[in-house]
Design a binder for this molecule. Structure first.
Ligand code: IPM
Ligand code: MG
Length: 359
């Protein structure tokens, strides 16, 4: 029997609660589909600061490199906001992305029919939305040098650098074009080329690559317009290709089309080595430990891990239909609650997902 090693990173806040649900479902679905999973649980983020004094211990990174895939829940806690940046939970996540060279972040946004009313947009605007945000993840202003904070002439100055090299743009653009080929063959590259030099280079490189993909319809959009179009007419998008910062912002916006950020999974991939699979949402410290979290983005991230990371398509589809079925049966976590539905906590939702999986 094939065995995969999964590095499990529960992290902070609601992370451990949603991880417990995903793990249980993964155990059932792997058994059912004839492979086995070995879990290696490691600390990251605030949990790692508490346990080891740093947000990404070398042992955690080494374990991630050694496994077949990494499943991460969420990191971050206001408890650490006052620490220097190098010791904050977020730095652990950025270090992991850089350490595994996960330059391509894929954030699919689809509307689950049972949740059409959960969106703040009208049902006819979001019905049929099926888009993919392709976000560059290891470059841009998140990692650019120089950066820092200096004091001079009685003033404090802080700065970051938004920088992309041709090869960084090319490799993420290729991911975008390839995905467009597998989907609706429309690629919209998002930048701020009317103002930023780095965006002009981005646009030039993406345009140059389009001659390799004559059947993909390429368009360019400024990021401010893209933010507007996402809520005005989201169906126009198939694949959205963009840099690290714009992708961070637009993917949260796109996530809300579904009604809750608690539904969206993501995959972060490099050119080799294990991928990282994590929900788009954060650690939700305000509801942590209260059994209120929505575990579905985590379960859908586990499904993405099965499909993209382990090539176990049937098991992935089984997890996804368990989510669909539990929702169709009227079960909701608080973030999605609607008239006539049954509100459940994280654990009880996990049990319904399990029941739906076994049905
Ligand atoms: C995300 C998150 C992270 C990011 C934070 C937690 C560092 O917002 O994955 O979108 O900004 O990339
Ligand atoms: Mg974000």
């Amino acid at each position: 029997m094939t065995t995969y090693r999964i590095t499990l990173l529960p992290g902070d806040g609601i992370g451990p609660e949603i991880t417990a649900v995903a793990r249980q479902l993964l155990e059932v679905v792997s058994h059912r589909h004839g492979f086995s999973l070995v879990f290696d649980e490691q600390p990251i983020g605030g949990a790692a600061i508490d346990a080891c004094g740093e947000p990404l211990p070398a042992s955690t990174l080494a374990a991630c490199k050694a496994g077949d895939a990494v499943l991460l829940a969420a990191i971050g806690s206001p408890r650490f906001d006052a620490l220097p940046r190098s010791q904050r939970p977020e730095t652990g996540l950025l270090g992991l992305r850089a350490g595994l060279q996960l330059f391509a972040n894929l954030r699919p946004v689809t509307i689950i029919p049972a949740l059409a009313d959960a969106s703040s947009l009208r049902p006819e605007v979001i019905e049929g939305v099926d888009l993919m945000v392709v976000r560059e993840l290891t470059g841009g202003i998140y990692f650019g040098q120089p950066k820092g904070r200096i004091e001079a002439d009685g003033h404090v100055r802080a700065f970051n650098t938004m920088v992309y090299s041709d090869h960084e743009i090319d490799r993420i653009a290729r991911v975008g074009f390839d995905l467009a080929m597998q989907r609706g063959r429309r690629l919209c590259s998002v930048d701020k080329a009317n103002v930023l030099d780095v965006s002009q280079l981005w646009r030039d490189r993406v345009t140059a690559m389009s001659s390799d993909y004559p059947s993909v319809e390429l368009s360019h959009m400024y990021v401010d317009n893209a933010a507007m179009q996402l809520v005005r007419a989201p169906k126009q998008f198939d694949v959205l290709l963009t840099g690290n910062l714009f992708g961070d912002i637009l993917s949260d916006e796109a996530a809300m089309l579904t009604g809750s950020i608690g539904m969206l999974p993501s995959a972060s991939l490099g050119s080799e080595g294990p991928g990282l699979f994590e929900p788009v949402h954060g650690s939700a410290p305000d509801i942590a430990g209260q059994d209120k979290a929505n575990p579905m983005a985590m379960v859908l991230s586990a499904a993405m891990m099965l499909r993209v990371g382990l090539k176990q398509e049937e098991a992935a589809a089984a997890l996804e239909s368990a989510v669909d079925r539990a929702l169709a049966n009227g079960y909701r976590t608080g973030d999605l609650m609607a008239d006539g539905c049954t509100q459940l906590g994280c654990r009880a939702m996990g049990e319904q997902l399990l029941a739906a999986l076994e049905a």
